[in-house]
Design a protein around this ligand. Structure first.
Ligand code: MN
Length: 200
């Protein structure tokens, strides 16, 4: 997808968000971030590093560690790799305006759907790209809040474009705890109101 759509939607003289460029491909663990975003509608932006950019989904209810929960995740435009550290206030009138918190972050690996094995470091972006094209991605997350195996699956419903579901795969990290009650930043320890107040 590239960053054209992301950049076209923003005035970088008006928003503190990063302009961004693709990250150089290196054989390092892939990173993920979940940003809690108080926009017109509260949602959680789930972002996975793939080929130097962040593939992104907006999850209205936030992630769950309970395999019984199927969380709607709307695919949105790729974001730049540096966006994973962005926390702060996006001015009103800019696309996605509102307050953003780094709710969770860490590394992730794609897993083979049958063997649950991860490809070598250098082949992971290619594996994620292939699984996304097939409409079913299996990943293992190592974050501060989200851990263990998740499936991200295309949700083909008439009239719904860009719909996916984020579903916990049963494993040692399965839990019925409502993870969204852990509502402080893993970057700064701040709550959303504290981030909003620190503006300017
Ligand atoms: Mn958002």
């Amino acid at each position: 997808m590239g960053l054209g759509q992301y950049q076209a939607k923003r005035k970088f003289t008006k928003t503190p968000e990063p302009k961004g460029r693709a990250r150089a491909a290196k054989a390092k663990p892939l990173r993920f971030v979940v940003q809690k975003h108080q926009a017109t509608q509260l949602h959680y932006d789930f972002r996975l590093e793939v080929d130097g950019v962040l593939k992104s989904w907006a999850i209205p209810k936030g992630p769950s560690a309970n395999p019984a929960d199927k969380r709607l995740a709307m695919a949105v435009e790729d974001h730049p790799y540096e966006y994973r550290d962005f926390e702060g206030v996006i001015p009103e009138g800019n696309y996605g305006g509102g307050t953003v918190m780094v709710w969770d972050r860490g590394t992730y690996t794609p897993l083979d759907h049958h063997t649950f094995k991860a490809p070598p470091l250098g082949g992971r972006s290619a594996e994620v790209t292939k699984q996304l094209a097939d409409g079913a991605l299996k990943i293992k997350l190592r974050g501060m809040k989200l851990q263990g195996i998740y499936n991200v699956v295309k949700f083909n419903r008439p009239g719904m474009k860009n719909g996916w579901l984020l579903i916990k795969h049963p494993d040692d990290f399965t839990s019925t705890e409502d993870l969204t009650t852990r509502d402080r930043s893993v970057k700064s320890g701040r709550s959303l109101p504290e981030i909003a107040e620190a503006k300017g």
